[in-house]
Write a protein that binds this ligand. Structure first.
Ligand SMILES: CSC[C@H]1O[C@H](OP(=O)(O)O)[C@H](O)[C@@H]1O
Length: 382
């Protein structure tokens, strides 16, 4: 059996199927998603012809990751507009599909503002739809550019914090090409230092319950030819105590005005471990993830997901993941109640640095966050 990842690594890690792309077949415009619930076993594309299908894909994490959710939101508004659906209704459905990642609502607002500007100015539906699509494409370009800049800023930060290279980096969840129009956020930094020969080991948290680490980050790391090792989330502590972690790099779904960081559940315990063991805890996220309207961590709505994602294991061959209870292999007695927050919140005092496309800020100096917020590209609808 061919090890496809080894083939890609040998070819210099070409970009796999895009996480998301707009297509215009004869039967009408569609949004094509790489179905992330089917990875790593199957590279299957999901074709969305309408917004309800896209909303379902967001809810089941077939498309996921804060920056990519922003693109999905923007392209979703464009899809509704060019296909003649109710754009305002579509925008509401998309923005409400998942509550924590601020990028989703941001992407929707960007495309909706472009649509309304043309429609409100007397432009016809076709022209307004084209404006929404152009804005989605511009956001896509900006996200790819932001990813490249974050990779650069993050690599410089690591060289300042840890002179000499040979980094042993730990990451949580998935923050690579699968969440971005470019190379991602935290994993884009890892790829950058890997290509510079400075990565000694990438420790990959499996990230229960949906296993974004083992299924997605390990898949990306293998294709990139990185030296990586998978670990169960509860094994991270023993790595720190053995002195095997030089820095932690994670993404974010929402950064509040005080520097609190909402990210995949399990990030906060890593921040506590990092602080206790004097290891840098670095958050990498585009400025579209910074939300000046959210004052602090307590104000961030943390998505609570269905308990069956904890009590059952769903093989990746199940399209759309574990849509409902009973689809998986029981991991607990029938009827077991489960607590399943999708995210947790790390307070600013545990965050060493936040890397965005604009540079690096340290949340402990509030003015730096203030500066970051002021530069955050939030869009308000008039
Ligand atoms: C850099 S955005 C990736 C971010 O999104 C993930 O959440 P989910 O897989 O539920 O979309 C996780 O929080 C990652 O850090």
């Amino acid at each position: 059996m061919v090890d496809q990842n080894a083939v890609y690594a040998a070819a210099g890690d070409p970009t796999p199927l895009p996480s998301l792309r707009w297509d215009e077949p004869p039967e009408g415009p569609v949004l094509v998603l790489l179905d992330q619930t089917r990875l790593p076993g199957e590279e299957t594309e999901l074709v969305c012809t309408d917004v309800p299908a896209l909303v379902e894909a967001v809810r089941t994490l077939a498309v996921r990751g804060a920056p990519l959710l922003g693109l999905a939101g923007a392209y979703g508004v464009a899809l509704a507009a060019v296909r003649g659906y109710d754009v305002e209704e579509a925008a509401g459905l998309l923005a409400g599909a998942r509550p924590t990642a601020v990028n989703l609502g941001y992407g929707v607002r960007r495309a909706l503002a472009a649509y309304r500007k043309v429609a409100g100015g007397g432009g016809g539906p076709e022209e307004a739809g084209a404006a929404a699509l152009a804005e989605a494409r511009e956001l896509h370009r900006q996200d790819a550019e932001a990813s490249a800049r974050m990779a650069e800023h993050g690599a410089v930060l690591l060289r300042e914090l840890l002179p000499g290279g040979g980094y042993r980096l730990l990451t949580h969840c998935n923050t690579g090409r699968l969440v971005s129009g470019g190379e991602g956020t935290a994993l884009a930094v890892v790829r950058k230092v890997h290509r510079a020969g400075e990565l000694r080991r990438l420790w990959v948290d499996e990230t229960r319950p949906l296993l974004q680490g083992s299924r997605l980050t390990a898949w990306e790391a293998a294709r990139s030819g990185m030296a990586y090792t998978l670990l169960s989330d509860n094994a991270a502590g023993s790595l720190f105590s053995a002195g095997e972690v030089d820095a932690v790099l994670v993404g974010a779904d929402r950064i509040a005005a005080d520097g609190s960081v909402a990210n995949k559940v399990g990030s906060y315990p890593l921040a506590v471990l990092a602080r206790y063991h004097h290891v840098p805890f670095i958050v990498v996220a585009p400025s579209t993830t910074v939300d000046p309207e959210t004052p602090d961590g307590a104000s961030i709505e943390v998505e609570q997901r269905p308990g069956h994602e904890v009590t059952e294991f769903v093989p990746t061959q199940v399209p759309g993941g574990a849509r409902e209870a009973g689809m998986g292999i029981p991991l607990a007695p029938l009827g077991t109640q489960a607590y399943n927050p999708a995210f947790d919140v790390t307070p600013p005092e545990l965050v060493t640095a936040i890397v965005t496309e604009h540079g690096v800020v340290s949340p402990v100096t509030g003015d730096a966050i203030g500066d970051l917020c002021s530069r955050s590209r939030q869009v308000t609808i008039s």
